[in-house]
Design a protein around this ligand. Sequence first.
Ligand code: NDP
Length: 513
Amino acid sequence: MASISSDFADKLDLEPRSSVAAADPCAIVIFGASGDLTRRKLIPALFELAACGSLARRFAIIGFARSEMSDAAFRDSAAEAVRRNAESCQVSNESLRTFAQSFVYVAGDYDQPDAFEKLSRRLEELDQERHLEGNRLYYLATPPAVYPKVIAQIQRAGLVRPANGNSWVRIVVEKPFGRDLASARKLNATILKAFDETQVYRIDHFLGKDTVQNLLALRFGNGIFEPLWNRNYVDHVQITTAESLGVEQRAAFYETTGALRDMVQSHLLQLTSLVAIEPPSNFDATAVRNEKLKVLQALRPYTPDSVAADVVPGQYAPGQIDGEEVAGYRQEPGVRADSQTETFVAAKLLIDNWRWADVPFYIRTGKRMPRRVTEIVINFRRAPHLLFRGQGIDTNTLVLNIQPEEGISISFHAKLPGQFMRLTRVAMDFSYRAAFGASERSAYATLLNDCMRGDATLFDRADGVEAAWAFVQPILTAWEQQGRSVPTYPAGSWGPHEADELLSGDGRHWRRP
Ligand code: NDP
């Protein structure tokens, strides 16, 4: 076995940054290491962590997949993955060579216990050689159908329990976590038969973005917002997650998934619960996740009638993005010519608790929208008495931009210069980039570091993920039972007109991001 450098951080030319906590020494085992997620996100994120000193000096990354590959070939592909995809740090040849030396590869089939015994031996060797203290992080980056097999094999090979009282073993489970309530429950049961809940990190990379966390900082780190953050002052909330890309190479996955499962059950409900939570008693995993769960449990359940009235699916038809003609969803390679898969969902949610009674949360997500944007818009109520009639006074808004540019913007009305009392809408903007420079690290880097430090605050718990599916399940059931003809929207638009009617029926309109 090739030996691994033990002083990676020393060899990098980057200064470790003081704001970043170093993780425990550990072995990181990536299952599905020959895949897209590993290449585009995980390896570059691990490089970022190593480069800024927030991986421990002693670490090893073990790729596991069925494809035959030597350690050397895996290292080459890791180096290439970093070159192509590292987001927020400089990449020198020297730093890359040193980093890649920490990679080893084990080829094996998920049906063969032998492969996991080989993995177990390799882990033992690395532990001895690198003094990894028995700490292990497993990352499930295979297609979800393979997760139960991996878990069963890890358990059979005796790799689930920590080697001693000071070491830890954790597992990261990628989304999608199930495809409905029943399968999510089954997956939880499978995982929890092998692991304790405290070992399980269900990841949603949206939660690793600074602005998402900044939502909590904004609400609970300032005195001025929280008093307004309720039904007395908030008229409604809008959450938009739009992408300009179409289905790309992922038709096989998307045809059986759709936007409701892919985006609403996870990202959009996560954002909804963070906007709506009550102040946790402290910022730890249990307190934050307890409060998020209460929001999900307070969402008004849909009935077949309210699904028809308040949930709008859509599918992109041919259109234009940035002046270029693009194909409709049904013309994409791998998509059925009569596909009813939704590439867009808009929905009206109500939260039945004291804080949010009668305040609609309108959420929407779609592919092939005019541009990539994720934003949360808090629309405040109008002033109770309008002195300045006929001046197109709109409500005040607070916009949290989550991507592509992270920031916060408050809009209000101000007097135009001049003799007459004429008002116009202005904004106060806070930009993460302007205030702090480029984002320090990618969402995956943040979350991987959290796993290695044992901080589960930004990860889903079994009850949270099931509560989200319980909310989405009546929509899935209604769509299945009613059969449906999904309305289309031209690529490059903000969705079908039914999505506009969802708000116009309430005398409101979507903000144009
Ligand atoms: P891939 O389809 O690229 O699969 C990853 C690897 O899994 C493949 O390289 C392959 O390796 C192995 N694999 C594929 N099919 C099977 C099978 N039937 N049985 C056993 N192994 C198989 O997936 P991604 O990397 O895109 O995604 C991995 C996971 O992460 C998925 O659950 C996905 O939903 C999730 N995810 C992915 C994101 C992304 O950006 N790609 C974003 C968010 C979540 P080999 O053949 O060598 O064994």
